[in-house]
Design a protein around this ligand. Structure first.
Ligand SMILES: Cc1ncc(COP(=O)(O)O)c(C=O)c1O
Length: 369
């Protein structure tokens, strides 16, 4: 089976993890690897501070916690995203409100934002879906006009650019994931980056149970979301390789574009002229004109040993959100359609042109002749 993603972890990462273990960096409390990883990654993004945590979910959780929003405030979130984006609101006693997707980039539709804002709306979490950046210049303009905090969810978009500027450097904070299938990985892991010193300090407290002085007396109710030193040691190596990894992702994306072009009913990702897409996953939408449904295509590919995954279920349709007191039912027809019709293909950086062309042939062969 060709998996949707095989992590790009080499001998250098393995050696770095072993060396960190030999130095005793087994927890999240000691050693040099964590600050080194935080500094090098924040620097790459173009931010002053990085706070490494145990996952992208934890990064989003403490980023939203650090804003200290009144209970019951509304947080706008991209409709089409991993549940973690909405959970950051829910677990902070806030209400996630889904912003439907637009047709071109599949990201949140910026034209809808103002119509969704109420006096309770305090923040927005835009997601750079599958590696295509949101138009952050325009989003920040709208957010500033309405005094909304912006927390970018960059879990899928390490290295993506909006008009030449790195995603993650636009909002008050930005959250990255280093899960095993992400562009950079530490196995599990995440980071919040920010230019705000006070926020960075608060995030460090929230990540570490609110430990201050005297030890064991806690002013704030924090979490244990620490990353281990040996994970950070792996992250340091991955940051050194980031340009190579991002360019390899783009090569995979562009190779798919070439071999899947002009198949009726198969809508491919597009790269806006102001954007650098990093193709975290190479995704497509299966329209009726394709001749068989998305699920039928996925099954046909599975029979050929090719793994695929569906797009995300809309945040507006998530049963766990619909139960929240004060939930606002805002229809998300585009995201609902992508959930039914979208899928993504194997996207590992190790894929050769030959494998990608074979996958494309299997896609074409699945269509009724
Ligand atoms: C958009 C998005 N946000 C958040 C997350 C959560 O990251 P993690 O799996 O590291 O908790 C993910 C992915 O897994 C994601 O794709």
């Amino acid at each position: 089976m060709i998996p949707v993603l095989e992590p790009a972890v080499g001998e250098e990462e393995i050696a770095a993890v072993v060396a960190a273990l030999r130095r005793g960096e087994i927890s999240g409390s000691f050693g040099t690897s964590i600050p080194e990883f935080e500094n090098s990654f924040a620097d790459y993004v173009g931010c002053k501070y990085g706070v490494a945590v145990s996952s992208g979910t934890a990064a989003l959780h403490i980023a939203i916690a650090a804003l200290e929003l009144p209970h019951g405030s509304e947080v706008l979130v991209s409709a089409s995203t991993n549940i973690a984006t909405g959970l950051a609101a829910l677990h902070n006693n806030l209400i996630p409100v889904a912003v439907d997707s637009e047709e071109v980039t599949w990201n949140l539709d910026l034209d809808l934002i103002e119509s969704l804002i109420t006096p309770k709306t305090k923040a927005i979490i835009p997601v750079h879906l599958y590696g295509h950046p949101v138009d952050m210049d325009r989003l920040c303009e709208i957010s500033a006009k309405h005094s909304l905090f912006v927390v970018e969810d960059c879990a899928e978009a390490h290295g993506a650019l909006c008009r030449g500027r790195m995603v993650g450097s636009f909002g008050q904070m930005a959250c990255f994931s280093f899960y095993a299938n992400k562009i950079l990985t530490t196995g599990e892991g995440g980071m919040v980056v920010t230019n705000d010193f006070a926020l960075a300090e608060k995030l460090r407290l929230l990540r570490n149970l609110g430990f201050t002085n005297p030890r064991f007396r806690h002013e704030i109710a924090g979490y244990n979301f620490r990353m281990t030193g040996y994970q950070a040691a792996m992250g340091v190596v991955q940051v050194k390789r980031v340009d190579e990894l991002v360019e390899a992702k783009r090569r995979v994306g562009q190779t798919y574009q070439k071999y899947l072009a002009d198949i009726p009913g198969l809508v491919l990702p597009r790269e806006a002229n102001w954007a650098k897409h990093v193709y975290w996953m190479y995704a497509a939408v299966v329209e009726p004109e394709f001749g068989i449904s998305r699920d039928e295509l996925a099954n046909a590919l599975h029979m050929q040993g090719i793994e695929t995954r569906t797009f995300f279920c809309s945040m507006n349709a998530q049963p766990c959100f619909r139960e929240i007191d004060g939930f606002r039912d805002r229809p998300t027809p585009h995201a609902d359609r992508f959930w039914q019709q979208g899928l993504y293909f194997p996207s590992s950086v190790s894929l050769t042109e030959e494998i990608i062309s074979n996958i494309a042939m299997a896609v074409k062969a699945a269509r009724p002749q």
